[in-house]
Write a protein that binds this ligand. Sequence first.
Ligand SMILES: [Fe+2]
Ligand SMILES: [Fe+2]
Length: 166
Amino acid sequence: MEFTHAISRIMHEEHMAVLALLDKLEHLLSANLGAEPPDATAGDVRQLLGTIKAEITTEIKLHFAFEEEHLFPMFEEAGAGDMNNILIQEHQLLMPLGLGLADMAGQAASDGFDADSWVQFRTSSGQFIDGLRAHVAKEEMGMVPLLDDLIDQDQDSNLVANYKFS
Ligand SMILES: [Fe+2]
Ligand SMILES: [Fe+2]
């Protein structure tokens, strides 16, 4: 989809980046379906766990906060409060789940997984992947096109200036 405004493109690109990360996480799970956990302290797995922790605690957190502080109030004013309520509820479920997952990923990258921590990581990852994919799909279908329609050039510049670059 082509977007007119820079902020719509930024949100869209971040959604695509997070979906790519979720695919990698899903691949880690599907490549280790047996009882034995993967060696989390070395190589690609360690690197992926570090990326997951960093992305959740910085990029995803900032992205959610920006939507809540700068986009949802604008949609509320435009009469799209119902959509906001659903998206906010999803943020409220996904952020604690994600932060828990980030902690587990960080711990595993330094100490490795044991049987229990691997099961817990797998369960939380599955919930996070499913929940965040569904959330991004909703935003891509409803929120990002609405944003692109709603704002003018000045608002776009303000939103970009408020996002990470402020
Ligand atoms: Fe969101
Ligand atoms: Fe989003």
